[in-house]
Design a protein around this ligand. Structure first.
Ligand SMILES: O=C(O)CCC(=O)C(=O)O
Length: 266
């Protein structure tokens, strides 16, 4: 008898799950139009507008979003986490093969004024140093309806670069903590012109075009981020970046609840 009851509960839960998944499937089919990448505009907005823009495929920058993390400087990181072992990229890994050198953070800061070195998208560092917790405390006030927030740190010398790629996370907020960074965004619905590489980096597609050396005739816009600014790059926009000075940035990647659930319906 007890076994029968448990089976009935399982059956009810399964039906409920199937109901939610099929509703989302039809909702997606009927209401959610695929994003287009034909209209490239970078808007400057105030922080209180950010939530309204989630899911609207709008690229925007909030100037002086916060100076709460201005204490995160190369000197601070060296003093507190100098012994941490990090992976330093010596190449533009999106366009070329990866060359990663392991070293302590102290050594990285010693070397990074002499050659272009880049600690890229480091999730581990955020966890081990407890920075993740501190940054999330701030971000969760702004991104109340976002699910699965995770944070990646980018620490680079002047002139270090990220090659052309597009990310598929629904939300990608690039928060400039220290120094200056140029981000270049491209307008195109046509992936073939980016000569997409076979390799992927997580969910990111990579282009084999080197923006700084190859000819590239695609409409583009640039934005310069100063310390305290945050840039939203919605999923699917091809972009690349160059650090115009020593630079520390943290990207916040996230999914809305609806988007998370709708993965079941793909
Ligand atoms: O800061 C960078 O070098 C690149 C950032 C980026 O491409 C991203 O967050 O998707």
């Amino acid at each position: 008898m007890r076994c029968l009851n448990v089976n009935i509960i399982y059956l009810c839960l399964l039906s409920l799950f199937m109901y939610i998944v099929s509703s989302l499937y039809f909702y997606k089919k009927i209401y959610i139009k695929p994003n287009t990448y034909q209209h490239l505009e970078i808007y400057e907005v105030e922080a209180d507008k950010m939530l309204e823009l989630i899911g609207t495929n709008t690229i925007f920058v909030v100037r002086n979003f916060t100076d709460e993390f201005s204490y995160i400087t190369p000197t601070y990181l060296k003093q507190h986490y100098g012994n941490h072992v990090i992976n330093a990229h010596t190449t533009i890994c999106e366009q070329y093969s990866k060359n990663i050198v392991q070293m302590t953070l102290s050594k990285f800061f010693k070397k990074y004024n002499k050659e272009a070195l880049y600690i890229k998208e480091d999730l581990d560092f955020m966890y081990k140093t407890n920075l993740r917790k501190r940054v999330d405390m701030k971000m969760r006030n702004y991104f109340t309806n976002l699910f699965l927030r995770y944070y990646l740190i980018w620490i680079g010398s002047k002139g270090s670069k990220t090659g052309i790629h597009k990310d598929m996370d629904e939300q990608n907020y690039l928060f400039q903590v220290y120094g200056k960074k140029k981000v270049i965004l491209f307008q195109s619905d046509n992936d073939t012109i980016f000569k997409v590489r076979k390799e992927k980096e997580g969910s990111a597609s990579l282009s084999s075009i080197d923006y700084w050396n190859d000819k590239l005739d695609i409409p583009k816009k640039e934005v310069i981020l100063q310390a305290g600014d945050i840039l939203s790059i919605p999923s699917g926009w091809w972009h690349c970046a160059e650090n115009l000075s020593e630079s520390i940035a943290i990207s916040c990647r996230a999914e809305s609840c609806l988007n998370m659930l709708s993965y079941f319906t793909c």
